[in-house]
Ligand binder design. Structure first.
Ligand SMILES: Nc1ncnc2c1ncn2[C@@H]1O[C@H](COP(=O)(O)OP(=O)(O)OP(=O)(O)O)[C@@H](O)[C@H]1O
Length: 215
């Protein structure tokens, strides 16, 4: 279980972006993280992912302080970053296979899981295309595929539907809910009020504070 207790986070000497944030990310549900541009959604996801150390308060995983990104990876905390984080000169399939192999899959397992997950995202036809040759939306779906393929215990998805048409947006929302049904705790940063309304819980960021809207 991933929990934040009285967390403040910020960058360098600048004032904190977020102050006194307390929330528990529960397995089996999708928590929508909302707030206007610059409200701190990415900042909070980075604190949950072990990429940003809190100034105050604590981020704990199974009751122990989260040390860093490596510690988060050990606890199967998967981040799908806003900028997709893919290697542009690898193919879509290679991006998944590299991540799966690094996660301990054998090459045949990685190939099988890659094909199955790209299929779920409607990307069979793009498997062998270089990422830099894919459209923005196809790259975004490839990044989601890579995150889903890792089957994390916690899945942090940072505005992963921003470049998609309505059909693909709904497809990804369904897949995130499938992840929660599998038992993962999912946090989904989004600007889209309709998408947020379709999630079990919502945490809204405003002026450096967080308010539980639902859940
Ligand atoms: N690396 C950084 N260094 C300094 N300040 C940063 C850095 N990243 C973000 N910020 C600042 O932190 C604040 C929150 O940014 P963040 O990216 O978390 O917001 P967001 O809610 O994810 O925005 P968006 O919806 O536009 O992606 C902003 O004021 C931003 O300028």
């Amino acid at each position: 279980m991933l929990s934040l207790h009285g967390v403040s986070v910020g960058y360098g000497d600048a004032p904190a972006v977020l102050t006194d944030i307390s929330v528990t990310v529960r397995p089996g549900r999708v928590l929508a993280l909302t707030g206007s541009s610059g409200a701190g959604k990415t900042t909070l996801l980075h604190a949950m992912a072990g990429l940003l150390r809190p100034r105050d308060g604590s981020v704990t995983v199974d009751g122990k302080p989260l040390r860093d990104r490596d510690h988060a990876v050990e606890h199967r905390i998967v981040l799908i970053p806003q900028d997709n984080g893919l290697a542009p000169i690898l193919t879509a399939a290679e991006n998944l296979q590299v991540a799966l192999t690094a996660d301990g899959a054998t090459p045949p397992e990685a190939r099988q899981q890659t094909a199955a997950t790209l299929d779920l995202l409607g990307l069979c036809g793009q498997a062998n295309q270089l990422v830099e040759e894919l459209s923005g939306g196809q790259q975004q779906r490839t990044a989601v595929a890579r995150g889903l393929a890792l089957r994390g215990d916690v899945l942090l998805a940072d505005e992963v539907t921003s470049e998609l048409d309505a059909g693909n947006r709904q497809r990804i929302l369904n897949l995130l809910h499938d992840e929660a049904r599998r038992g993962a705790a999912v946090v989904f940063a989004t600007h889209d009020p309709e998408v947020a309304a379709a999630c079990e819980a919502e945490l809204h960021l405003l002026e450096g504070r967080a308010e539980i809207v639902r859940g």
